[in-house]
Write a protein that binds this ligand. Sequence first.
Ligand SMILES: *Cc1c(COP(=O)(O)O)cnc(C)c1O
Length: 411
Amino acid sequence: MKPMGPIPPDYAGRRVLTIAGMDADYWIDRAGDTPAFIYDMPAIDRRVARLRAALPESVGIHYAIKANPYPPLVRAMAGLVDGLDVASGGEMALALEAKPGRAISFAGPGKRDDELEAAIRAGVTLNLESTGEAARALAIGERTGVVPRLAVRVNPDFELRGSGMKMGGRASQFGVDAADVPALVRMLVERGADWRGFHIFAGSQSLDTAAIIETQAATLALAERLAWAAGHMPPFVNLGGGFGIPYFPGDEPVDVEAIGTALRHAIDTCPLTVSGCGYAVELGRWLVGEAGVYLTRVVDRKVSQGETFLVVDGGLHHQLAASGNFGTVVRRNYPVALAANMDGEAVETASVVGCLCTPLDRLADRIALPRAEPGDIVAIFLAGAYGATASPSAFLGHTAALEVLARAHQP
Ligand SMILES: *Cc1c(COP(=O)(O)O)cnc(C)c1O
């Protein structure tokens, strides 16, 4: 028997799974079938409210659409957060349906000229990843007669680590090396761009509260150093994010209240604040990851050489991360439960395997469960971020994942 990660607090300790007040069958009915991702909007509302209360007022909240670009969810997020961060022309088009261009920033390497032009015309801030991209954006601004909104993404000389921070720069396709930033800023200002400040993103999925606090302080210090060197005060600094969520046994959530308190102190004492600089954190996973549940139905129950397999109608083509094949070194179990019997006595050890014809498709490995039969619904938690769109949905020709945005008080 192998352990599982913790079931998120919104769903833990229940007898029967409910999402936004309704049970799994209700949401499967709304989706039309299994497998389906259900996104719990009331849980996301609470999450954003908690973060807002923790952060200083001068720090806005941005949602990084990459984590979950399901359009109804993006539209709902747009009403809760101050900005949307996008990383492709497609994400930008989606964001522009929900927010004005000035509330959107576009980061990511390899932006094509047509993407740069669409962003400039829409008033979207481009987070420049290189001096070459800066030159192309300026040329497009001159050609179109639109003043481009340009921020400089900095390749920081430190990294956010799950366990402390690794100092020392490294080569990267992301951002402009800190040493090259001051000259670039001067050039942007001289060429008449609307310079929007800095974007400094040092890492992702950290559960180390102290490391996040240190990284935010280092980020502010770096922005200040670059501002002095450039001779221009930034109007805005995007501080990055990187708040993780607990996926695996022993993982503990980050303490956002402690982060907010430390950030308030760091910002109050930062000279950039005095000159009117605004700030934001950009988060994907922390905002939406715990609020998604992947519901899949047991199709077959079989025993092979003494081991029990629950074969479900979902799989890694929808939820790659739960199979351990999305950026993890060692395969560990996501939290999983039987939707109709979450607290039943665990009477057997079973593996939950998907319907793909590959041994990689193992959604839970030898976990303790109450007895499950074909027809039962298995809930795989932590499916709100990097799920449906981060999985190889065309692999093996199964149907695409169904998705539902669960709102409160539905009839
Ligand atoms: C992916 C990404 C994010 C979101 O990261 P999470 O771990 O989901 O919070 C934010 N900013 C940038 C620049 C990214 O590339």
